[in-house]
Write a protein that binds this ligand. Structure first.
Ligand code: PEP
Length: 253
């Protein structure tokens, strides 16, 4: 196991109505009660935030959002600002998820703007990077991921890196049931750590939390989380099932 504290974060995506979210969060709280060996986060749809924050208040479960705008207010219909998230009790935010890059025009530039705004507001940004299947087959994974990391972190100070988590999420592994092998995942997480070292030095790179995400489940979590450079998981499908998410949390203890 690595020496960094693990962060297990569920990404509910566009699932759970507010009433379902309230019930599910209560169930989850009961299931993970006492498991204090890792940080536990649920990144929920914006409309579920008040209900989930209420249920998780005073528990070990922290609440995250799935996106954030880079301005604190203004004429940006449909957007949610860092200030709003903070006021609502949110601590984490997923930025640059591949689904946002793929379907909603998210670019490395907007990922960078959101990351800067999120950390400046005091949120912990979970910044997602990862190659597509074509890019892996072309042998350019390292190049693609290094570029995404450098652009996402542009303008972030060494001190602000305490508020940044990087999630390595190979696009071909998200929601497909195809998991990267532990070695493949560790290799890219190690590369990300070396990019962070080149930008901020070894002390920062050694303490930066780097998660793996992509079909992590109850069966493969222990092996992935045992790797040197993998400090937790960003979990989609399996975070919607109490048993599976609890098993991943247990694997991270
Ligand atoms: C994700 O949404 O970040 C993710 C990794 O999804 P899944 O676990 O379903 O592959």
């Amino acid at each position: 196991m690595s020496k960094r504290r693990m962060v297990i974060a569920g990404n509910w995506k566009m699932n759970m109505t507010p009433s379902q979210a309230k019930n599910f969060a209560s169930e989850l709280y009961e299931a993970v009660k006492g498991k204090r060996g890792c940080d536990i986060v649920v990144c929920v749809p914006a409309i579920d935030i008040p209900a989930v924050v209420k249920v998780c208040a005073g528990t070990a479960i922290k609440v995250g959002a799935q996106n954030v705008h880079f301005k604190n207010s203004g004429a940006y219909t449909g957007e949610i600002s860092p200030e709003m998230l903070i006021d609502a009790g949110v601590k984490y935010v997923v930025i640059g998820h591949s689904e946002r890059r793929q379907y909603f025009g998210e670019t490395d530039e907007t990922v960078n703007l959101r990351t800067k705004a999120a950390v400046a507001a005091g949120l912990t940004a979970i910044v997602c990077v990862g190659e597509t299947l074509t890019e892996r087959e072309q042998g350019i994974t390292a190049e693609v991921v290094a570029k995404q990391v450098k652009l996402a972190l542009s303008g972030i100070s060494a001190d602000q890196m305490k508020k940044v988590i990087i999630a390595y999420e190979p696009v071909w592994a998200i929601g497909t049931g195809k998991t990267a092998t532990a070695e493949q995942a560790d290799e890219v997480c190690g590369l990300i750590r070396s990019v962070v070292a080149s930008l901020y030095g070894k002390v920062v790179s050694r303490s930066t939390v780097i998660q793996y995400g992509g079909s992590m489940n109850a069966g493969n979590a222990a092996e992935l989380l045992a790797m040197e450079n993998i400090d937790g998981g960003l979990i989609g499908g399996a975070s919607l099932k109490t048993d599976a998410f609890t098993a991943i949390v247990t694997a991270a203890q």
